[in-house]
Design a protein around this ligand. Structure first.
Ligand code: DAT
Ligand code: MG
Length: 200
């Protein structure tokens, strides 16, 4: 009877240890999860860099000329995923942070005047290599040099009215996204045609 009690006590202790270990594992999972949610970069695919994000903005001339739909259409038809979108009147403060590298340029005052002259539509697009690809889709800064087929090449003539903004690097994109958007304004969602865009 005493032997039986010892055996079952030992088994109960083993079960308790096992339970405590699994509890510890689930605690460490719970610690990791919020950061995944915070960054909005849940990468459920084997395709590298699939959750890369960039900032695209239709500037005041593009909004006035009713080109917002055409710009969105190009990014949608390419296969990128829209994860944030809003229309706003830009403040000089936001703009001076956005264009901080250009503050000393002679054209900076007229750039600020034009960019704050009316609403802009700002977006975050997500997908594989989206930063580099969207720069190619937007075209050269000066529309005179932008190739036909690019947004600037097709819809603009002069460098001071070149319709769209696109982040020029991964670091630039991250900085600009944080500048223009609050975390909760960006959505993490699954596209229903995901497997027709990427190979798993
Ligand atoms: P991009 O918009 O291609 O990244 P950028 O960052 O060098 O180019 O310049 C930001 C914007 O400033 C650009 O889209 C239009 C304006 N800009 C640049 N060079 C200019 C110039 N020489 N004269 C007038 N505006 C200019
Ligand atoms: Mg730039």
């Amino acid at each position: 009877m005493i032997i039986f009690q010892r055996c079952s006590l030992k088994r109960i202790l083993q079960h308790a240890q096992c339970y405590l270990r699994s509890l510890e594992n689930s605690k460490s999972l719970a610690r990791a999860f919020p950061s995944v949610l915070l960054h909005g970069h849940r990468n459920t695919s084997s395709v590298p860099g699939i959750a890369e994000r960039t900032l695209i903005a239709v500037k005041p001339d593009g909004v006035q000329r009713r080109l917002v739909g055409k710009v969105i259409q190009r990014f949608e038809q390419k296969g990128f995923k829209l994860v944030g979108l809003k229309m706003l009147q830009v403040s000089e403060d936001l703009l001076s942070q956005h264009y901080r590298e250009l503050r000393t340029k002679p054209f900076y005052p007229s750039l600020v005047h034009y960019m704050t002259s009316g609403p802009v539509v700002v977006m975050v697009w997500e997908g594989h290599n989206v930063v580099q690809t969207s720069r190619a889709m937007v075209g050269q800064t000066n529309p005179a040099e932008a190739r036909p087929g690019t947004v600037r090449g097709d819809f603009s003539i002069h460098v001071s009215r070149n319709v769209v903004h696109a982040s020029d690097s991964l670091e630039g994109a991250q900085r600009e996204i944080q500048l223009w958007f609050q975390g909760q304004e960006l959505l993490t969602w699954t596209c229903c045609n995901h497997t027709n865009t990427y190979e798993e």
